[in-house]
Design a protein around this ligand. Sequence first.
Ligand code: SF4
Length: 290
Amino acid sequence: METTSTNSAEPFSPALDRQSLRPDCGNCFALCCTAFGFSRSADFALDKPAGSPCQNLAPDFSCTIHHSLGQRGFRGCTVFDCFGAGQNVSQGFFAGESWLENPGTKDEMFSAFKAARQLHEMLWYLAEAQNRAFDPDTSRRAVQLRNTVEQAVRGELPELLSLDIRDLHSQVRSTLMDVSAEVRASYFAAGDDHLDPALTPGADLMGSNLSSRQLCGADLRGAYLIAADLRGSDLSGVDLLGADLRDVRLERADLSKALYLTQPQLNAAKGNRATLLPSDLEMPPHWHNR
Ligand code: SF4
């Protein structure tokens, strides 16, 4: 069992809480449909170069095939999440003036979006790291990084565009891993030999039946869990940072205390109403009738 955190970091009231790290497409100039490029694959039905609008994009920045993305071969769009970077760049950095109204801003706007998207994702993870760290020093480190990243996404455009994101990323990664180790260790009171040696970071577990395995406290960071069977599993304290959850079966699974879970991961998975989720994530619409 995970015990109560002894987090004693200074009070922190970030302006960007986790709810503000959710996409608000109505206030975004469809930056994900323009800034990024994609190649024809199982997830995208066409090739699109970076920096050009998708052919399915309407002039009001809505998607003309929004209700049939999966059937039309654009499943990749249903699992993308900007963590709120789209509306921040559109309304914050560019004050509500779109790249259609002012095409001269296009390149900077798309570059800003690519940078901000990475930073917003860091904020998503750091909020969890801060709250779940057991060691007050680790929690404080998460707070400091959160402040640094938040200043960047609420600051000036030139600073955002010149930021050394790689360095920041490596500091964030190290903090996330430390918190993960602390949280997972709380499941090993009887020693860690109960864990299956196959449950490792980056493991290829595609199609595996894991439903009867002891998973609590496992480090499945970056693991390939595509179409694995996790029905009824307890995933408390399981590090799922960057794990590929496409088509993974999650019916009746308990993910309420899983680590580093994101909405795009859930959107790609198959669960149902009986699947338990962390309080700040939503049940994907396609789970309702399963
Ligand atoms: S298909 Fe729709 S959601 Fe996907 S990139 Fe094109 S316009 Fe955007």
